[in-house]
Every structure is written in structure tokens, then in C-alpha cells.
Design a protein around this ligand. Structure first.
Ligand code: SF4
Length: 458
């Protein structure tokens, strides 16, 4: 049954929640134009109509050694290959110094699940970064890396197990060991946790694509623990492979439920953002699967978990699909503050269009990206280009921090994009031009924008 326009109005105004069935209905039948308009209206209610944000951060993939074998990954190495690596302090210093030089405020540290690295390695890396680069926020270690530490980390009073097998520990031991690890990392300098490794939560999908990786429950439990300890996190979804549309909505439902739990419990940490991106196939084992024939008169096998052909063909997501899912995420995730545009995978102009489908944030400049680019995506933007995309879309670009507080609005002529006089040579000659003084790091005077508690029923 079509979703009533009255229901849509209430969802836009924040007085009613979209059900999973309604989200499915909208996904299947609402026009692209309507979805974009409705999602933009929610974004305008939460973020106003003037500014759209970005963050100056850098992805640093500190190791590519990984015990998991995700079929969508072209980045991982076993550890003995010539190009397997773990970054040294000198290499980290160089990357963070470059980040600092462009006025960066955050580093996103993410690796493989490297079973050879002890807990002390992570503590030492954080402590060192905090001492050497105190103004840079450490957004680090997605749930799968932390779950691997639960398996193999030597922590006094707790057992270890084989890489990728933390689930063999007693649940109470697993939880207590995770909390001990997170407390130690937080004390060493961990500020917040990125939502990598979310993929698709549904078990029948996850067991086919995330071989040896954190289960959905483990992923959610890591974030639960982080929220209790006062850390902010993001949530992600990688779609457009073997999953059904219902699996995508179920994924969002689990995040919305988890956020409700954090809000009800009045935990000091929350999910602050959600970002979804389509699977990139180049160089990945899963990418070699044949494409599902869209002309076929049979449904996509991924729509039925019991179909024996499930997982044996791909239904890739293009720009339209991506924008529809992003718009649905803005309408559905009423307790998550920010929806991010994935220009890194979709390209700058679809990323810009995402601002008209519910996204309020353009994410980060890409000084360096190793994981998605290993799978064939090579889009790269600097601050001026990112600002220009936002301004050309009709918004004022604004630099933000990790919890979406605006650090600097670019209204004036000294804005990064407005200082560029020759765009034809800009990319080549000055990928990251020097800038004015860094924004104040005294964030106490800034208005916090934290996910509002939801009062509507599910
Ligand atoms: S996606 Fe991450 S966890 Fe999976 S194999 Fe690649 S590096 Fe490892």
C-alpha cells in the first residue's frame, strides 16, 4: 500500500517514525524526485538550509595485514607478501605532519585485523600521536580490529584464542575483555571509533562476504561498549552486491534500535553519523561473480535467502540506487544526526547530488585512501574542490569537527575555493594549498550538535 502523504509529512517534521515496511514501500515506489525532496526537508530541519559541512582529516591505513578474507576486499594481505606492511612511527609522523600542515583536525586510523600486533602496539601508537600531534582527533580502529584484539590480545586475567575466533570465548568473558581493551585504548588517546566493517548485518549475507570478520552482534556490541564509555562513533553500510533491499532496511533498523538503546540508557556516547556506499568490485574476489541479468524474468536471488543461487550473482548499485538508499537512510534514521555523502566511491558530482538527497556532510578531503582505491575507485579532492562542490550546490561550505560542530564557515573571500583563480592548474600544482590560521581548538564555545533523543514510537 502506498505510504500516505500525511505519514510522510509527519516523518519530515520529526513527529513520526518510518517503519521498515514503509521504507520498503518508498524504496520500491516513490519517485526519485520525491525521495530527494523529502530527505532534503529532513536534512534542512536538522541542519538548516545554509551550510553543509566537511572535515579535514586523513585516512591512515596503518597495516594491510589481515586475518579475515572478506570477498569484497582488495586491500588485505596475509603478512608475508612483499607489499604487506605495518607503518613505522616515522611514516606515521610524515603523514600526520602533512595533515597538520593543511589545517587537518582528525586522523582516521584503520587497518586490517592484524593478529601479529599486540595491544601494546595500539596503546603506544595512540600515546605517541597524542603527545606529538595533540590537536589532531584520533578516530580509530573499526569494530573488526577491536574484535581481533579480543581474540588475540594478551590482557592480564583474560584468555586468548585463534585469530578471527573471538566468538569462542564465553560471552561474559568476551564482553569484559572488550571493555578492558577499550578502556585502555581510551586512556591511551582513542577519541572515537569509525563504523567500518558494518557492510550488511544480515547473517545470510555476512557469512558469504565477510569471511572471518566480526559478526553483526559483535560489531554492534563494540559500539555499545564504546557508547557506554563515552565515545562517539559512526555507522556504515556497504550495499549493492548479493543482498536484498530488505537486508539494507534491516541493517538500518538495527542501527536505529542500537541508537535508541544508547539514548534510553542515557549513555554518554552515541552514533553521530551514517554513511552508505556501493560495493566497488575491481580486484576483489566477489567482483568476479557474474552480474545478475536485469532483463531476467526471475527475481534477483539475493531477495530470497533460501534460494540456492543466493550469493552467486551480483546486483551492483549505480548512482540512482545509491541516491535512493541515501534518501531512505535520512528518512529512516531519525535518531542519527548526520548523513554523509560518499563522493569517494560515487565521484564528486554524484557526491554533490547527494546533498539534495538528505546528506548534510561531504566527509573528508582525501589526502590518501588505500582500501576503496584498491578496489578500483580513485576519486580525490582537496579542500578547495570540496568547498566548491558545496558552494556550487547552493550551500555555504563549513569545516566541522568529529561531532559535527562547525569550526569555520566559509562566507568570506578568503574561503579555500574563492582563493583559487585558476582551476585548470589547481589540482596539479597545489593539491593541498597552505591555508590561514587553524580554527580554534577550544570547542567549548561551539554549539554542540549531538543526536537528539527520539520520542516517537518504533
Ligand atoms: S575488509 Fe577489512 S577485515 Fe575484511 S579482509 Fe579487508 S582488511 Fe580485512
Amino acid at each position: 500500500m502506498p505510504v500516505d502523504t500525511h505519514v510522510i509529512s509527519e516523518v519530515i517534521e520529526g513527529r513520526r517514525r518510518l517503519s521498515a515496511a514503509e521504507a520498503m514501500e518508498l524504496y520500491g515506489h516513490a519517485s526519485q524526485h520525491d525521495l530527494g525532496q523529502w530527505a532534503s526537508a529532513v536534512s534542512a530541519r536538522l541542519h538548516g538550509t545554509q551550510a553543509r559541512t566537511y572535515v579535514l582529516d586523513r585516512n591512515v591505513n596503518y597495516t594491510n595485514v589481515c586475518s579475515a578474507r572478506c570477498t569484497f576486499c582488495a586491500f588485505r594481505r596475509d603478512g608475508d607478501e612483499p607489499d604487506a606492511y605495518t607503518l613505522s612511527k616515522e611514516q606515521l609522523r610524515e603523514k600526520l605532519a602533512q595533515l597538520q600542515a593543511i589545517g587537518g583536525t582528525q586522523v582516521l586510523l584503520q587497518g586490517g585485523m592484524n593478529p601479529r600486533l599486540p595491544l601494546a602496539f595500539y596503546e603506544d601508537m595512540l600515546t605517541w600521536m597524542k603527545r606529538e600531534f595533540p590537536a589532531i582527533h584520533r578516530h580509530a580502529f573499526s569494530p573488526p580490529e577491536l574484535v581481533e584484539l579480543v581474540a588475540v590480545g594478551e590482557v592480564e586475567g583474560f584468555p586468548t584464542t585463534k585469530p578471527g575466533h573471538s566468538g569462542e570465548l564465553e560471552p561474559a568473558v568476551w564482553t569484559a575483555k572488550l571493555e578492558t581493551i577499550l578502556r585502555r585504548l581510551q586512556a591511551a588517546g582513542l577519541d572515537s571509533i569509525p563504523g567500518g566493517g558494518g557492510e550488511i548485518f544480515a547473517e545470510h549475507v555476512r557469512r558469504r562476504i565477510g569471511l572471518g570478520k566480526a559478526t553483526a552482534d559483535q560489531w554492534l556490541n563494540v559500539m555499545r561498549c564504546a557508547h557506554r564509555l563515552g565515545m562517539f562513533t559512526s555507522a556504515t553500510m556497504m550495499f549493492g552486491h548479493i543482498e536484498s533491499v530488505a537486508d539494507r532496511i534491516d541493517h538500518m533498523q538495527r542501527i536505529r534500535d542500537a541508537q535508541d538503546e544508547a539514548i534510553r540508557g542515557n549513555w554518554p556516547g552515541r552514533y553521530v553519523s551514517f554513511i552508505a556506499w556501493p560495493f566497488q568490485r575491481e580486484n576483489t574476489p566477489m567482483g568476479r561473480l557474474p552480474d545478475w541479468d536485469v532483463e531476467s524474468d526471475t527475481p534477483f536471488p539475493g531477495e530470497n535467502p533460501d534460494d540456492p543461487r543466493h550469493g552467486k550473482s551480483l546486483r551492483m548499485a549505480g548512482a540512482t540506487e545509491y541516491l535512493r538508499i541515501q534518501a531512505i537512510s535520512r528518512l529512516f534514521l531519525d535518531n542519527i544526526l548526520s548523513i554523509g555523502s560518499s563522493w569517494v566511491t560515487m565521484g564528486p558530482h554524484i557526491g554533490q547530488l547527494a546533498l539534495f538527497h538528505g546528506a548534510n556532510d561531504m566527509g573528508s578531503v582525501m589526502m590518501e585512501e588505500n582500501v576503496v582505491s584498491a578496489a578500483g575507485t580513485t576519486y580525490s579532492l582537496d579542500e578547495a574542490l570540496l568547498c566548491r562542490l558545496i558552494r556550487d550546490a547552493g550551500f555555504v561550505p563549513a569545516q566541522r569537527d568529529n561531532v559535527y560542530r562547525v569550526l569555520r564557515r566559509h562566507d568570506g573571500p578568503d574561503s579555500p575555493d574563492l582563493r583559487v583563480t585558476d582551476w585548470s592548474t589547481h589540482r596539479v600544482s597545489k593539491p593541498h594549498p597552505p591555508r590561514g590560521p587553524s580554527p580554534s581548538t577550544d570547542t567549548s564555545k561551539l554549539v554542540p550538535l549531538i543526536a537528539r533523543p527520539s520520542t516517537s514510537s518504533s
